[in-house]
Design a protein around this ligand. Sequence first.
Ligand SMILES: [Zn+2]
Ligand SMILES: [Zn+2]
Length: 267
Amino acid sequence: MVLGNSHLFMNRTNRLAVIASHTQESRFLYPGKHWTFADLFGDGGSFVESNCSGSKDGKYELLTTINDAITEEIKDLMTKTDMRGQQTETLLAGSLAKALCYINKMSKEIKGNQEIKSRILVIKAAEDSALQYMNFMNVIFAAQKQSILIDACVLDSDSGLLQQACDITGGIYLKVLHMPSLLQYLLWVFLPDQEQRSQLVLPPPIHVDYRAACFCHRNLIEIGYVCSVCLSIFCNFSPICSTCETAFKISLPPVMKAKKKKLKLAV
Ligand SMILES: [Zn+2]
Ligand SMILES: [Zn+2]
């Protein structure tokens, strides 16, 4: 929330959206269902005015409203989701897709067809999900095409998928080693926009794990087979691509066949 508030403080035209990515659901924490376009773009929105509790003590009303909304939605999400087992994989690919859709919607609705510079920061404390590999990469390439930066702040184990996402879109990947300094990392590394970053001394780029997950077992592999039609990746050779069902002719050397025929004729 401090990062979000700071982002809004940096420039009057800055906008914010927060999406929670849980194990069974990805949900907009802010703006929620009750927000209208007028609320978000400061045209004296009715929702902000009727819901602001902090207006009398000189606080910036929007921040209070946003913080309250995020707190409430997160409480609601955590209490309504029942966790099964130790699984921590979240619906990250879906959340990123939602973020892209939101950015697309905002850029269409904004006045005067101004171009908006958008970026997505992923704060991740869950395991990577190789099951989402294909969806994830599709989202990343869509973001790259729209020139949307993806930054990643990883709190737990390293994420190969996010490393690739940041590398492809030009964002920063950072693993937080010292958790009490989280806010400092967020404000120092992720708050500045792309132009300001070039003037800062930021952590050096990391080595990117570019292994891909095979579509058959979702294992990360360095060398594998790629379908020449749909570019699916497999760790073992299979004569029929399981994704696009192309049948590959197994390469029995044609010379051998010819020789056999000749032999038969000779007999
Ligand atoms: Zn496999
Ligand atoms: Zn294929």
